[in-house]
Design a protein around this ligand. Sequence first.
Ligand SMILES: Cc1cc2nc3c(=O)[nH]c(=O)nc-3n(C[C@H](O)[C@H](O)[C@H](O)COP(=O)(O)O)c2cc1C
Ligand code: SF4
Length: 637
Amino acid sequence: MNKLELPNRLLMSSLHMNLDEDTRQHQRLARFYALRARMGVGLIVTAGCSPDAAGKSSPSGFALDGDSEIPRHETITRAVHRAKGRIALQILHLGRHASHAGLVSSSARRAPAIPYTPRALDEAGITATVEAYAACAGRAVTAGYDAVELCFSQGFLVHQFLAPAFNTRSDRWGGIFENRARFAVAVARAVRSRVGRDFPIIFRLPCLDLISGGLSPEESVGLVEALTPFGIDLLNVGIGCHESEVATITMSVPRAAFAGVSARLRARFPGLIFAASNRINDPRLAERLLRDGCADMIAMGRPFLADAALADKARRGAFAEINTCIACNQSCMDFIFASGDPVGCSVAPDCARPEEGRFPPLAASKRVAVAGGGIAGLGAALFLARRGARVTLFESENRLGGQLQLAARVPDKQEFVETIRYYSHAALQAGVEIRLGRAFTADDVAAEPWDHVVLATGSRPRRLDDIPGIDLPHVIDYRDVLENDRHIAFPAVIIGGGGVACDVAKYLIRRAEAGVSVTILQRSSRKLAHKVGRTTRWVLMKELEGAGVTMLKSVDVRRVTPSEVDVIDRVEGRERSIAAGAVIVAAGHLALSGPVDDLRRQGIPFTAVGASRAAEVCNTNITSALREAYEFAMAFS
Ligand SMILES: Cc1cc2nc3c(=O)[nH]c(=O)nc-3n(C[C@H](O)[C@H](O)[C@H](O)COP(=O)(O)O)c2cc1C
Ligand code: SF4
């Protein structure tokens, strides 16, 4: 890439880590990147880094906007170079997506979910911002970065000039494409003249932004042509942005769904090198895309959160050992929007923690039984075994995975199978003894000298026994629908309004003929599937709404009859009857506790993790199950 030689074609995409409020942000990032560098990633691109104060996510956001910042960035570059890696600084000005009052954009148009309206940059502001990009790139060279990536896509400042959806100016920076592209060209020219001909510049360009008023395919091509004179050393094919009207990174997006965009541009510009991006989560798939000529490099973002050692495992051909990113977004993208917590990974609970990848050996040998082979039990067994415990896992069924097996039956959720595969394989590799078809019973409590027992016995669906008619033959537990593909007589009514109920609705509409009637009845007044993360929920709801699923909130089910469900609609304040050929109950879960009394009698210490830890009604998901398992195992002594 320009004068930079890379050891392989894997690029770790830029990932904002939500560490803005962490005063040790640079040290933490340095460790995070160095671990991945040591494991052989060809090129790492940092989190988006602002060239000036206005472009930061918050006043303490990641930036390189003054010389005083250089030593902190050297912490990162030195750590990566010590690990024999290479790292590019991504220069990203958030524009109207910044979360502070001093934000700017091409136009004074507020971004959804941002409480502030940006100030439209005037001529002097544009000149200063272009200079800030150049100065930032110059500092990146001084700080020891191997390249810079200019983020012109993903809906941020440069994109806000490029796309008419964001740019409503009528001066020389708005209107026709040549004007809208003027800012991008000015930034490219200024940066190239600052860093010189031989320093690699990666351009992340909006190649398919999927918004109304976005760039047309011809404009994306025009942008590449306009920037080529400044030396595009690698074109990172940007797909989508926060405002995209089509899903681009959720589990519902097929793997490598957008590789064709890279392939088309690569054919159009044979002199350039391209990186394909989005939902490429398996190195074997990456290899195929390279062989098929879709791209010259493969950009992966979240897969390097799920597995820091992905590149090394790919090099060794140890594919079964890879902890695959399942595109759930629960601990990464959703954190950026919701909690403000540092970005991590649901399937790798140590991801980006200071102690990531380290499992301190136990001081003394321990014999541990894990009751339950769902994801919480598997996680606890694996993490304890990595710390040196002798672990035996009991699972009453003849397969591992528990509730996750069921979840994997929902359309677009097949990726969960990868998590079961990884944890099962890793647990065996770590020496866990797995006993399938064997529930952990009172006999087992006494059978061996356990130092500790982990109860990961999971949950069972909540029954609604107090509703008259609930035992009629056409009333079905949701598990029966997903697991046994039960025949459903429509119209179907689903009782429950959480993520599972909505997933069951999706399952039904995907399997049945178009136009079937499905109604969801939720007791509470909250929005449906309220616990499903923001980046995934809108995709699910859009599909249910598009298929005509009726969603009723604030309803109390009074009775079920052979052909109807009678409810009180608390919004309308009246009783109504809803026709039902089948009634499916998906109204939450109750914790199963395991042989607690026997353990107490025998004086064996025990800990509950996952669903079995919940007091009664449980709301566990893969994120909390694995986090609890990890935190328990790390604190165990
Ligand atoms: C938590 C998170 C933070 C991200 N931060 C950035 C960023 O700072 N700059 C950027 O250009 N893209 C950012 N992205 C987009 C990723 O670089 C990548 O394009 C996207 O995750 C799709 O690729 P993947 O399926 O390989 O993860 C971010 C994505 C996630 C999930
Ligand atoms: S939280 Fe989910 S989407 Fe994010 S990196 Fe982990 S597995 Fe992938």
